[in-house]
Design a protein around this ligand. Sequence first.
Ligand code: GLY
Ligand code: MN
Ligand code: MN
Length: 436
Amino acid sequence: MKLEKKIFSARRKELMGTLGEGAILVLPSAAEKVRNADCEYPFRQSSDFWYLTGFGEPEAVLVLVPGREEGEAVLFNRRRDRDREIWNGRRAGQEGAVNTFGFDQAFPIEELDQLLPELLNGRERLFYTPGQDKAFDEQMWGWLARLRNAERRGKTAPDSIEDRDSLIHARRQIKSVEEIALMREAGTISTRAHIRAMTECRPRVMEYQLEAAILHEFAMSGARHPAYSTIVGGGENGCILHYTENDCELKDGDLVLIDAGCELDHYAADITRTFPVNGHFSPEQKALYELVLMAQEAAFAEIAPGKPWDGFHKAAVAVLVEGLIKLGLLKGERDQLIEDEAYSPFYMHGTGHWLGMDVHDVGIHKQQGQPVLFTPGMVLTVEPGLYIAPDNTEVEERWRGIGIRIEDNVLVTDDGCENLTAAAPKTVADIEALMA
Ligand code: GLY
Ligand code: MN
Ligand code: MN
């Protein structure tokens, strides 16, 4: 499943309409990163760059120049090179950039230093966000200085630099029909992977072996990469929020927390399920688990168009605190405990985040000082949890070392929300039945 090339050209066109004539936008690709010696990490294109290009190679720069006669959408990219392609893989080259990717013009990346000042010349507003790539910033300041120094010879540099990223991120925050279809599929594949992990889990299996089961299912379903490092935490490892060592043996009587989602054509899923290693919840595990599940249900009810973005977190916290009082884990009056954040030793993270091309996706949270309102097409995670630290001597021993999170991916619809990952089992009954 992939987005069609014409979607990327349409995005560029729409964005150029907003920039207006006289503007220029410059956006470099991601760079390759060394892992060790001469080995690199798997290359992942920058999400903003992919959003506007669908072009997956490093060493590329997108330049949008609305109204420019010779071409408005310009790509600088690597030249074809027979030798380099035999060693390191195929390149689109300039011809491919135009014919396959729909750019108006393409130039070899080596010509950037000579040609970019010419493209900047005479443009009034530059859309560029500094602070992400020091070397590229230096180059940009150099080009601007070169132009200013040439003003006597009739050149002019842009007189304002405006934020590029907020324009792109506002677009990325509202998902199109095609993006929603991709995210739905990423959710389905990831759901299948969680089911596989539940089915294969037994005492004495290693955490990384469940990770392998998850990655296997991703790949066999058409998603080669995870969207982030898979978390498989047995027992008290489930209390470490971003645990990725995954190198312990799973023990009879413990829970295991798995936070895993695939990336499908640059779109992420982000699901967490927590289940008993031996297939049966103990009374303490069940009590805390059902409390987290109730908190998630309360959170879903606060997600609908027009509702403020921060309401679902507040709803989840209220349920968790009330439940913790009932179980004797917190003492006091509910509203006061909430105000004092007395729950923070057990619940120290937010209840969700935007989801999209990045797992912690771009998008605003406030508008004119107020929480942003949910709008159809937004996608977010809903992921309440409870984590009873193994060394928390304030609580009875039977609760210690239990870590639970339940995380689903939710689309804001016209009249409420839709859970895109509801097919991953999560009631106590469903999980115990699947694992029996
Ligand atoms: N997987 C990271 C998170 O849930 O935010
Ligand atoms: Mn998440
Ligand atoms: Mn997650």
